[in-house]
Design a protein around this ligand. Structure first.
Ligand code: GLN
Length: 196
């Protein structure tokens, strides 16, 4: 069985743990960087990206997460986690982890529509997934290696680049585990590659 860690410094941790377990993998809350050695895939949850970045730095996670990904291990960022994975952020000089070649806009759907739900067709995942957006970002530019997985009103809201995947919405907040199950399958596949 694959073991999937959820970065547990801030944000929507518990819901991801539940969704991972319901998808048949083992789930652990990751609070120390040493735990990265014990997991096969990592989820960066939603929350507040600036706060999460500050905690990533104070707990020494910054280089450790980058190295984790460079080993070919899958990383999944949701909402604030997507912002953390981007190589560029609109209106800001510096990005965070820079794992995916994409530019993102924060709180991009505006104050009036801070939170909403939408049925999305998602590549590799399926049709009519009820996506929950909460002060969500979207992807404004995607590099040539980036596969667009879903759009909402012509805006990119889910993407994948190799072992890295991200969604602007919160897939863990509904009972429909198809998105998390897809990430679990990515992790299981990566384990087979390493083993063979
Ligand atoms: N608006 C938040 C940020 O910029 C993200 C919101 C979320 O994760 N639900 O970090």
């Amino acid at each position: 069985t694959a073991t999937i860690g959820v970065l547990a410094l801030q944000g929507a941790v518990r819901e991801h743990i539940r969704a991972v377990e319901e998808s048949g993998a083992r789930a652990v809350e990751v609070k120390r960087k040493e735990q990265l050695a014990e997991i096969d895939g990592l989820i960066l949850p939603g929350g507040e990206s600036t706060t999460m970045r500050r905690l990533i730095d104070s707990y020494g996670f910054f280089e450790a997460i980058k190295e984790f990904g460079q080993q070919g291990k899958p990383v999944f960022g949701t909402c604030a986690g997507l912002i953390l994975m981007a190589s560029g952020i609109e209106g800001q000089e510096n990005a965070h982890l820079g794992l995916i070649d994409m530019k993102v806009a924060r709180n991009a759907f505006g104050r009036q529509v801070a939170s909403f739900e939408a049925g999305l067709d998602i590549e590799h995942v399926g049709e009519n997934f009820n996506a929950v957006f909460i002060r969500a970002p979207y992807i404004t530019e995607a590099g040539p290696q980036v596969e667009v997985l879903a759009t909402y009103k012509d805006r990119i809201v889910a993407a994948k680049q190799g072992q890295y995947i991200c969604t602007a919405f919160h897939p863990e907040l509904t009972d429909d585990n198809r998105v998390i199950a897809y990430f679990v399958s990515m992790v299981e596949e990566s384990l087979q590659t390493v083993a063979s």
